[in-house]
Design a protein around this ligand. Structure first.
Ligand code: BG6
Length: 485
């Protein structure tokens, strides 16, 4: 709907996410994407924060990552509203502010929650009583993780949102579901007979879902220490990727059918166990750079916002199983870490070796979906090495890199797609409440055990490929942690 006035309200507008992702994404949809604008260019973008700030200062700081020729026009559509998060009066004020911008008639309103979950409940209540869209327009809430920290806290959170808004009005974001390659999983699996017929325990030996970051916690240590890598990356992003890899095809691509299949596959996963878990934490590291200069990278515990002696894992490897007809016996290894040697996310599917070919020794086929950087799909197979020897074969790679195959395609940032789908009312890429109940069921016992027993993580030097012992841990499940190719 490009006609009805629209307001986008960002709670937590002075924060890091708003600056890095939200303002740039909204700009792109209004002015930056090739072709027609995807969201009305006269949409009102309202930042909400606790303390008053001068609009110019706010925009200069929070819109530094907005880049493009129409930035001035965009900034004219932006305003800032300050007030407490829990006072209904403040939302009456917000409502008045929005009415003025919208012209007083029918309007649509999208509220983005980039705020801690402890205050979700208050904000939801206040929007409901004082700031819903006027004139029969829609009101939609985009909620950003963390969705609680275990089963009980999620249930509490969910109860307060579902009392006042319907599931169709709530958009729980997992930005990994907006990434091109993650979306491509469905197209590849269900669009190609060759993949779908091999997509099961008869042919697949193991699946790895990998997230690596070459940064530490850089000032976010306070937040991170409360969650750890399992809550920060695995229970949400990597589990969502796993779901798309493992689920059965939905009857339709609407929110309800997709959610049904997602919940179904999660129900087949037993709770994680400590014995199938590997934990690490990055320590400091020093190395010599060109010119003989010595570079020092602090360890996790050197971050001033991290409590002394914290054993919070910044790295984890977790093996889980799916007890259903398609997957029984196939290990799924998720591994995620900060302070490693590279920024990379990928899915690596290793096929069982060829069993009956005695002429050419079989090497396992592998399919790699590289989520980032440089989106790509690779398939490793055995090929005869050109030359006299007819039995000499070596693994080679079929390589489909996006920049080569789709040179002129605009690859949108995940947050752009998530905003756009919310504006369209398409919830099929968002996380349902039933899924989260299941996701927390799988992770809560392990997380509680880690919180209570505080097992000592393996310390790895900042910039390592993986903590020492992780390769051996993976090998126990028949998994080789190859480097990217
Ligand atoms: C966020 C985590 O959800 O995802 C961060 O809280 C992490 O710790 C980020 O850095 C990674 O996102 P991306 O899109 O850069 O892989």
């Amino acid at each position: 709907d490009m006609v009805t006035p629209m307001s986008i309200v960002i709670f937590g507008a002075t924060g890091d996410l708003a600056k890095k992702k939200l303002y740039p994404a909204v700009y792109q949809l209004m002015f930056g994407c090739p072709g027609a604008p995807l969201v009305p260019q006269n949409a009102n973008v309202v930042g909400y924060g606790r303390s008053p700030v001068a609009l110019d200062d706010f925009l200069a700081k929070q819109c530094v990552n907005v880049k493009g020729g129409q930035k001035e026009k965009f900034l004219k559509q932006c305003s800032f509203f300050s007030g407490p998060y829990d006072s209904p009066d403040s939302y009456k004020g917000l409502h008045e502010h929005l009415l003025k911008l919208e012209g007083g008639g029918k309007a649509n309103r999208l509220f983005f929650f980039s705020i801690p979950p402890q205050i979700f409940g208050d904000v939801v209540k206040c929007i409901h009583t004082s700031a819903k869209a006027p004139g029969g327009g829609w009101t939609r809430l985009i909620l950003e993780k963390p969705f609680g920290r275990d089963s009980a806290s999620f249930a509490e959170l969910d109860a307060c949102t579902s009392k006042l808004f319907t599931e169709d009005e709530i958009f729980r974001i997992d930005h990994y579901l907006g990434k091109e390659i993650v979306l491509n999983i469905q197209a590849m699996r269900f669009g190609n007979q060759i993949f779908e017929s091999f997509w099961n325990k008869e042919h697949i030996r193991s699946v790895q879902i990998v997230f690596k970051e070459d940064l530490g916690t850089g000032g976010r240590g306070g937040y991170f220490d409360q969650s750890g890598i399992i809550r920060d990356i695995m229970q949400n992003h990597l589990l969502q990727v796993l779901i798309w890899l493992a689920m059965e095809p939905p009857a339709k691509y609407d929110r309800k059918s997709v959610a049904e299949q997602k919940v179904k596959v999660l129900k087949a996963i037993p709770p994680l166990k400590m014995k199938d878990t590997f934990l690490g934490q990055f320590g400091k590291n020093t190395w010599e750079c060109s010119g003989g200069k010595v570079h020092q990278e602090p360890g996790y515990l050197d971050d001033e916002t991290v409590p002394a002696g914290s054993r919070c894992p910044t790295y984890a490897g977790v093996v889980l199983e799916i007890n259903n007809a398609r997957w029984k016996g196939v290990p799924f290894l998720m591994r995620a870490g900060k302070g490693l040697d590279e920024r990379m996310a990928e899915v690596r599917i290793t096929f069982k070796p060829q069993s009956f070919n005695s002429i050419i020794p079989g090497d396992s086929n592998e399919l790699v979906l590289r989520i980032q950087p440089d989106e790509a799909v690779y398939f490793k197979y055995l090929n005869k090495v050109p030359g006299w020897d007819p039995k000499r074969a070596a693994p080679v790679v079929m390589d489909m890199s996006y920049t080569k195959s789709f040179p002129d395609i605009y690859v949108a940032d995940a947050y752009e797609r998530m905003f756009l789908n919310t504006a369209k009312g398409d919830g099929s890429l968002f996380v349902g409440s039933g899924e989260l109940t299941e996701a927390w069921r799988i992770f809560t016992p392990l997380l509680h055990e880690i919180d209570a027993k505080r097992p000592e993580p393996v310390i790895y030097p900042f910039g390592a490929r993986a903590p020492a012992g992780m390769d051996e841990f993976a090998a126990k499940y028949g998994i080789t942690m190859a480097k990217s190719w």
